[in-house]
Design a protein around this ligand. Structure first.
Ligand SMILES: Cc1cc2nc3c(=O)[nH]c(=O)nc-3n(C[C@H](O)[C@H](O)[C@H](O)COP(=O)(O)OP(=O)(O)OC[C@H]3O[C@@H](n4cnc5c(N)ncnc54)[C@H](O)[C@@H]3O)c2cc1C
Length: 393
């Protein structure tokens, strides 16, 4: 096999949301750009995102909707490339979209529309994309030298847009972190985020029969609260409120769930204190019957309401409004939507995404220690960080 060096201005590793946006912007500036992608096609995560309709941004993006060791880092990029900017691009390509809930914008038809948009923009701006091309190694002398199985590529600017570790079957690798370490950049230990939580053995036996039950709740962990549904699965809990809290949850710590945020159940108990109605029959007016059956068997003794003491009512109300559970763990990277942690933002310029130590080396998107909430925030970070890097590479 002959090894030929191919020289270009900019090499981008990873044809996901961040890498493609960076390529388009650099191409607009007349830079010669090559994107190297190990998958046989670009944007595999975009394709399956948002249940196939791609929740491509959120109109309520603000710095507090991101997790990072440095909560200020993302501000600059998010201010320079906003949700409105991406919506303008989507409109220009005549892609119809709608707000589903909570500011989340989805394609009306298919996530493929967003991939087609990025493909067209890349073509118009002279970006060269090489698929089925896995990067194995990087070296740096005067230029960066990137090795794949068949070729060496050289450039002055190298952009790492390799994403996080979630869903390895879609192409995720740890190459981005390896490159960061190789050049002496610190990494915030990655962990799965936006991920279902799993029960310990005892709770698994109790709750597995509730698989499919969904309840509108408020979920708490430390100073974070999310008001959305939880969903019982075969192995634990999922649903938007659980996915959100999972990004903050720390192993071994309890999370609390308010199962009836809309009502004051203690007042309702008191109003029924002289009733012969059983506790179960009262609770099924507010919560799914299957859940009430299991919950009453294990947490609240079921008997006629007129047999409860005030203290027992207090305790039952406390459990319903503040049900504490300690998950045994998460479903891991195979089910995680994102990776929390990544390249330490202290190593990067928030204006350009360039390494403070290594001139010409940029990190964008999910490989960086900036992780969005569920609801279009992660794509907005990918677009924004890709956009700003694209102005400087
Ligand atoms: C199931 C699912 C649904 C999601 N839905 C949404 C949603 O609706 N809205 C939202 O905002 N976010 C969503 N996300 C999160 C979002 O997809 C990511 O945050 C976003 O794709 C990150 O973009 P990125 O460009 O940084 O990384 P990625 O999109 O992961 O792209 C990285 C690319 O780098 C390539 N690569 C990796 N290693 C190498 C290598 N060694 N050589 C060459 N190429 C390499 C990978 O193949 C990949 O194509 C979802 C995630 C998942 C898993």
């Amino acid at each position: 096999m002959s090894i030929l060096n191919l020289k270009t201005d900019v090499i981008i590793i990873g044809a996901g949301a961040a890498g493609l946006m960076c390529a388009i912007e650099a191409g607009k500036r007349g830079r010669q750009v090559i994107v190297l992608e190990r998958n046989d096609r670009i944007g595999k995560k975009i394709r399956i995102s948002g249940g196939g309709r791609c929740n491509f941004t959120n109109i309520f993006v603000r710095p507090e909707t991101y997790l990072s060791e440095n909560p200020h880092f993302a501000k600059s990029a998010l201010a320079r490339y906003t949700a409105e900017h991406f919506c303008e691009l989507v409109k220009r390509h005549r892609i119809s979209f709608h707000e589903k809930k909570l500011g989340q914008l989805f394609c009306d038809d298919s996530a493929q529309d967003v991939i087609d948009l990025l493909t067209k923009e890349c073509e118009q701006n002279g970006v060269k994309i090489l698929t089925s091309t896995t990067v194995n190694q990087i070296q740096k002398d005067d230029q960066f030298c990137v090795s794949t199985a068949s070729r060496l590529y050289e450039s002055k600017s190298l952009v790492i847009a390799t994403g996080g570790l979630s869903i390895p079957t879609l192409g995720a690798t740890d190459l981005g972190y390896k490159i960061a370490r190789q050049f002496g950049l610190h990494i915030i230990t990655p962990r799965p985020g936006l991920v279902p939580l799993v029960w310990g053995k005892e709770e698994q036996n109790i709750f597995q029969e509730l698989s499919g039950v969904s309840i509108n709740t408020v979920v708490y962990f430390q100073d974070q609260t999310f008001r959305e549904n939880i969903l019982f699965t075969h192995r634990g809990l999922s649903g938007p409120a659980i996915l959100q809290i999972s990004s903050y949850w720390e192993n071994g710590q309890p999370i609390a769930i308010d199962l009836l945020p809309e009502v004051n159940i203690l007042e309702i108990f008191k109003a029924h204190a002289s009733s012969k109605m059983e506790m179960k029959n009262l609770l099924i007016q507010y919560l799914p019957r299957r859940f009430v059956d299991v919950f009453c068997s294990h947490y609240i003794h079921n008997k006629p309401l007129n047999q409860y003491s005030p203290h027992e009512f207090d305790r039952a109300a406390q459990i319903i409004h503040h049900w504490e559970i300690v998950p045994a763990g998460t479903e891991g990277y195979s089910k995680a939507e994102v990776t929390v942690g990544g390249v330490d933002t202290n190593e990067l310029s928030s204006k350009t995404m360039e390494s403070n130590k290594i001139a010409g080396l940029y990190f964008i998107g999910e490989v960086v220690d900036v992780t969005g909430h569920l609801g279009g925030y992660n794509f907005q970070w990918a677009w924004a960080s890709g956009y700003v890097a694209g102005q400087y590479v």
